[in-house]
Write a protein that binds this ligand. Structure first.
Ligand code: PXL
Length: 287
């Protein structure tokens, strides 16, 4: 059986070492059967979390010319997916790219990569964070962690367990900014850890929670979002895709904890890609 191929423009940094952003998004989306085109927002030797002395080449000036060239050769995408951005001006460029390639049947997925553990990343300026908020307003789906959600909502960051109604209220408030669907990651509820998702159309909230694996693992937010988007592009509903993303991320973190001597180098997801590909294929065959 031939399936309708899905395609995606992935707009994230390219960090050469320390799996995150494009080096996670491309393989994960490929495993999900999605043709992913890469637009690097910056090129770094490593990501900025836990490494010092990394190289950093900003590609702000390349973004719109790249997009214009893509347009001129007839590129069209089923989804537009943005993540880590390198400068405040890039948020404007990405908004322009969303307008260029957007449309009724094009899913705009914004992962507002701004920070973690209650703090913004070192490269995030107030203007960049503000621009990211604007991108979220125009998105169909956003997937912040609790740190990013606190910033987007101008609310205090809460580190620790939450009650379900508090999470539900945050999700509703996130959707009130503009996106039709929101997913909150890093949610601790009833002694478990995972994600919660909300669809403003159906007003349904779902929680997908697992036993917590101690520690903070770089790149797992990108892994989660890329898997979530892969699921959505395969036709899963938000809750189904969120469940798959939680399960996959949890499995990868287990492997990372067991086999990675230094978790700065990112999630060890590669050995699990065939399972993800099989799961997506099974879903497509049954859908
Ligand atoms: O995974 C988020 C991320 C993406 N890109 C870069 C980062 C980080 C987090 O530290 O530094 C460059």
């Amino acid at each position: 059986m031939i399936y309708k191929p899905m395609s995606c423009a992935a707009i994230h940094d390219l960090s050469g070492v320390g799996k995150c952003s494009l080096t996670v998004a491309l393989p994960v989306l490929s495993a999900c059967g999605v043709e992913a085109s890469a637009m690097p927002t910056a090129v770094l030797s490593t990501h900025t979390g836990g490494f010092t002395g990394f190289t950093y080449r900003d590609l702000t000036e390349d973004l719109l010319p790249m997009a214009e060239h893509w347009k001129s050769v007839g590129c069209r995408f089923s989804a537009l997916y943005s993540g880590f951005l390198g400068s405040a001006e890039q948020t404007g460029a990405v908004a322009g790219i969303f307008r260029m390639f957007g449309g009724e049947d094009v899913l705009v997925f914004v992962d507002p990569v701004l920070g973690d553990g209650g703090r913004l990343y070192a490269t995030i300026t107030p203007a960049l964070a503000q621009g990211m908020k604007e991108l979220c307003r125009g998105a169909d789906v956003i997937a912040p962690n609790l740190t990013e959600a606190a910033f987007l909502l101008d609310a205090p960051y809460v580190d620790g367990p939450l009650e379900r109604p508090a999470v539900e209220a945050m999700l509703r408030d996130l959707c009130a900014l503009g996106p039709g669907r929101a997913v909150l990651t890093g949610v601790r509820v009833e002694g478990l850890l995972g994600a919660a998702c909300y669809d403003a159309r159906s007003r349904e909230t779902h929680f997908w929670l697992k036993e917590e694996i101690p520690g903070s693992y770089h790149g797992t937010g990108d892994l989660f979002s890329s898997t979530l988007l892969g699921g959505l592009l395969n036709g899963m509903d938000l809750s189904g895709a969120c469940r798959v993303a939680v399960d996959f991320t949890h499995k990868v973190i287990e492997t990372t904890r067991r086999y990675s001597p230094d978790i700065r180098f990112g999630p060890k997801f590669e050995v699990h890609l065939p399972e993800l590909a099989r799961l997506m294929e099974k879903f497509r065959a049954g859908a």
